[in-house]
Ligand binder design. Sequence first.
Ligand SMILES: [Zn+2]
Length: 485
Amino acid sequence: MKTLIIFFITFSITMAQTSEISNLYEDYGNYYEKKITKRWFNQHELLYVLDAYNNSQFFRMEQIGKSFQGREIRSYTYGNGPVKILAWSQMHGDEPTATMAIADIMNFLVTNDKYNDFRRFLAERSTIIFIPMLNPDGARLFRRRNAQDIDINRDALRLQAPESRILKEIHRKIKPDFGFNLHDQSPNNTAGKTNRTTALAFLAPAYNSERQINTVRGNAMAVICSINEELQKYIPGHVARYDDEFEERAFGDNFSKWGTSTILIESGGWTGDEDKQYLRKLNFISLLKAFGVIAEGTFHNKDYQPYDEIPENKRLLFDLLLTKINTKFEKENYKIDIGINFERVPDTASGRIFFKGIIEDIGDLGKYYGHQELSCENCYLEPGRFLPEEIAGADEYFRLNYSEALQNGILFANVLDISGIPDYPEFPIVPVASGIGFIPEIRTGLPANFIITSNGKTRFVVINGFLFNPLMGDVNLKNNIFVTK
Ligand SMILES: [Zn+2]
C-alpha cells in the first residue's frame, strides 16, 4: 500500500510538471531579463544582472577562476538533488544566445508563483550548475576565440587556455550526469534539405570515431527527443540534428567520453530575429524542458530512435539569392545565380554590429535558397556606376541626392578628402578615395555592389548586399557601407 501511494505521488508530480512546461511558453514574458535585450553585451552588463543572485537563498555563487585577461568566471548552483547538471554558455565569445536564456532561467527559478511545485521538484531531484559566459574576453570583442586566440572548444585535451582548465576542473570536481554545451551557429543553416532555417540544432556528441551509442550517449539522445517534441509545437520543421563526427579536441565529445550525457544546443536563425530574442526564448523552453525530464528520470525508459529522424543540419540558405541573371565576361554572355551573405562586424567604438554583404558564390546555385530571393530571368547584371563628378568631402557626400543617383545605377562616388567619412557611413553610396584606381568588380569574396537592369533601365541595386528597388522611394539606411580607401 505504501509503495502504491509513493508511486501515485511521483506520478502526479510528473504529470503536473509536464503540462506546466507548455504554459511556460505563454508565461515567458514574466521571466525575460529586461536588462539585456541585444545580442552583443559584455561581461560587465551580465555581472550587473548576475550580482542580484549572489546572496539569493536559491543560488550558491562561486568564483571558479579567471579568464586569460583576468575577468572573473562564476558558477551559480541551484538545488541539492542527486542528479547533477552542468550548463555552460558562450565558450565562443560571439555566441551569446544561451547566456541570455540562462539569465531568464535564473530569474524564473527565484520567482514565487504558480510554478513553485516545479521549482521545488527541480531543486529536490537535481543540482543545476550554470556557468554563464565562459569566455568573457572573447565576448568583449564579440569574437569566437579567447584572448590567446585559442578556440576553447578545441582545447579540451591540451588545456592551454585558463577557460578550458576551469571547465575541465569543474567536470572533475562534480562529475555531472548531464552537460549542456550552449552555442550559436549560422542563421543560414537549414533543417534538412529545405528552405527552413534551423532555429535550434541539437547533438548528443560521439565519444569515439565509430560514433557508437552507449547508455551515456543514449540518455542524451532521449532528452533531445523530449526537447524536440516540445519545440515542434512552436517551430514545426525548424529543429535540426547537428553533425556527429567525432572531434577529439572538443569539450562536448570529451564530456561524453568522460561519462557525462552531453547535449549541444546551437542557436541558429529565425526570420526577423537579428538579436536572437525569440531563439533566446526557445533556449529557455528547451533547457527547462530538459531539466524537467532529467529530474523526472523519464529519459531512462524513452526510446531514442526518433533522434535519427530529426533532419540533419545543412547549410542551404544565403541571405540574398539572385537567380538566372544574364551576365557577360570577356564578351561571352551566360546566366548565373549569385549568393550573398552578410558578415557581422562588431565595432567596439560604437558597441554595434555592422553588416558587410559579401558575394559568397556564383554559378549554378539551384540547390540553395535565400532568406530573400529574386528571380532575374530577363535582367542583366552590371557593375555599379560612378558619380561623374568628384566630390570634396564628407559634407558634400552626405548631401548627395542618393535616390536620384541609385535610379541611374550610380553606386560609387570619388571623394577627394575621405577622412571625414566614417567606416560605417550608413549612407547608400559607396565612397571611394580619389585616385586609388578602384574598379568595381562582381567576384566571389568581394563586397556585393552592383546593379540589375532590364531594357536599359536600373530595376534594382545591391549595395553592400542589401537589395533595393530605387524607384520605390527611400532605401533602408540601416545598411552599412565600407569606405573604399
Ligand atoms: Zn560555438
